[in-house]
Design a protein around this ligand. Structure first.
Ligand code: HEC
Length: 507
């Protein structure tokens, strides 16, 4: 090839013109974009080696982030005489930023494609990563033009493209943050005053839609907001008023539909009111249009909710009354409203069976696929927990499978493990499923000794040991004597059945 010679000749003439490098980096980005297009992240988990590399994504992406902030600073500084020595630095830094942006995007794609990620946010994040790499490269090329040609010609575009790259970087990084920490990570602890000043929804209002990260018990994401009684920091507005308005009024009073010019989806906008003025006047029920509307006779034209929608319950109306009378505060804690009626109990149960499983749904699906078991919601209510089902392929379920379910430990409420290949070792994993109510160990190889840790499951209601290797006489008394726990077949005939196991090799 004679080309390289020609280029190197030119390169000596024009020191900074090196199109080959540009072509190389550009091809890398195009290749990456093609891969991403052909094999987008689809929520399927794949080989682990790719995931191993993918996990370096968060580490690598800090390079372009930091460098892109630094480069404009150096550029400006280099304009002054003191900064002269740094004049060559931005080109070098841009080069590193470009390379790491490409590497970071590639690793991000590995992480997403092989780590079971999916969804709009991941896809936009991926494409803005590609765009960022492209803009870095473009800035790098333009920077060279700028050095050579000065402000004439293409060099003039350097500054705008650099700033565009910085902007894209901020956007991309923010999305990455949302992916890891959830939608409202930045503003979660914003002081309520600042929040309402900026017209942001009240804390908690957006929690429902936040794509929360897989949470470990004790992490912020694991806090069950519904179960807010213990959480003294939750405000009455957030726990009672917002959910009531959300269910009954937002269909007509939100950004999508703003009837009467009134939005009720944020505290600030509710206080601002609609076409006829403020909807809520703190401490004054008579002047609070919202209260007037919900307490009119149901057949009144002005009664809210309009459109024959299901009205607020008496309890909810009472909450709104107490809340407005007490000053309609956004932040006054739930504990200040001890006189307020309690929320109706769901299913006649005062407590949820488990924390809301929705934040873990994606993870649960990925695990079920990978482990060859089924995870089924017990009901429509997300705090009713998940059931582990193995009946379609019990032989797939081993001790390792149970151990792998650890991330879902607190949302599993029933485990149907009949005829699986689990042993006592697996029961150690099960004993950390603290919300477990029903455990079926029919025809498994578990023994009385192995059941000891199961005694830690204080919510357990039924334990089925039919055809297992359990010697009933050896069962720990802490299990056999616990009130509210039915052990089958023990409880059925009330004799110590020594269940010799025909299922010794439960395959
Ligand atoms: C099916 C649609 C619909 C639903 C649901 C609904 N509204 Fe309305 N709302 C309207 C319409 C239409 C208007 C404007 C006409 C009017 O003033 O009656 C309105 C007006 C209002 C106004 C007066 C706004 C102003 O400044 O003029 C208030 C206050 C209000 N709604 C409160 C509520 C509350 C509280 C709920 C929930 C309990 C609710 N609305 C549910 C349709 C609805």
């Amino acid at each position: 090839m004679s080309e390289p010679a020609e280029f190197s000749h030119r390169a000596t003439r024009r020191r900074h013109h090196r199109p080959l490098a540009g072509i190389f980096w550009f091809s890398a980005i195009v290749l990456l974009a093609l891969l991403a297009l052909a094999f987008p992240p689809d929520g399927q988990q794949r080989t682990t080696l790719a995931q191993f590399f993918g996990r370096f994504h968060p580490l690598v992406v800090h390079f372009p982030v930091a460098l892109l902030f630094l480069i404009p600073v150096i550029e400006v500084y280099a304009l002054f005489r003191r900064g002269h020595a740094l004049r060559g630095a931005p080109a070098f830094l841009l080069w590193i930023a470009t390379a790491t942006a490409i590497l970071g995007t590639a690793l991000g794609w590995l992480l997403a494609r092989f780590g079971g990620y999916k969804g709009d946010l991941v896809i936009t994040h991926m494409w803005s990563g590609c765009l960022l790499a492209l803009l870095c490269l473009l800035a790098l090329l333009l920077r060279r033009r700028w050095e050579v040609d000065g402000l004439y010609g293409l060099g003039l575009l350097y500054a705008p493209v650099l700033l565009l790259a910085v902007g894209t970087m901020v956007f991309t990084a923010h999305q990455g943050g949302q992916l890891i920490y959830g939608d409202n990570y930045l503003i979660e602890y914003m002081p309520p005053k600042l929040r309402s000043l900026l017209g942001l929804p009240a804390a908690g209002a957006t929690l429902k839609s936040a794509p929360q990260p897989p949470s470990t018990p004790g992490a912020p994401g694991a806090v069950n907001r519904e179960d807010s009684k213990q959480d003294t920091k939750v405000s009455f507005y957030e726990a009672r008023i917002m959910p009531a308005l959300d269910r009954t009024c937002l269909s007509c009073h939100s950004p999508k539909k703003t009837k009467g010019g009134l939005r009720l989806d944020t505290y600030a906008l509710m206080m601002k009111g609609g076409d006829s003025g403020p909807a809520v006047v703190a401490g004054n029920l008579d002047d609070s249009e919202l209260y007037r509307r919900i307490t009119l006779p149901h057949d009144d034209e002005e009664f809210m909710p309009g459109g024959n929608k299901k009205p607020l319950s008496a309890t909810e109306t009472k909450w709104i009354e107490l809340w407005i009378a007490a000053g309609a505060s956004e932040t006054a804690p739930l504990s200040e409203f001890s006189q307020a009626p309690a929320p109706p109990e769901k299913h006649g149960e005062a407590v949820a069976w488990a924390p809301d499983y929705r934040p873990k749904l994606d993870e649960a699906k990925a695990l079920a696929d990978r482990l060859g078991i089924r995870l089924v919601a017990r009901s429509q209510v997300p705090t009713d927990g998940l059931i582990v089902r193995t009946a379609s392929a019990p032989s797939h379920c081993t001790d390792d499978v149970l151990a792998a379910l650890a991330p879902l430990a607190d949302v599993i409420v029933e485990a149907e493990l009949a005829r699986t290949r689990i042993s006592d070792k697996g029961l150690a994993a099960v004993s950390s499923w603290k919300n477990l109510r029903h455990l079926d160990l029919t025809a498994t190889a578990v023994t009385a000794e192995g059941l000891r840790p199961v005694a830690e499951l204080t919510k357990l209601e039924t334990l089925n040991l039919t055809d297992s290797r359990v010697d009933a006489a050896k069962l720990p008394p802490i299990l056999t004597q616990r009130a509210g726990l039915a052990i089958y077949p023990l409880t059925q005939d009330d004799v110590g059945v020594d269940v010799a196991a025909p299922a010794a090799s439960a395959r």
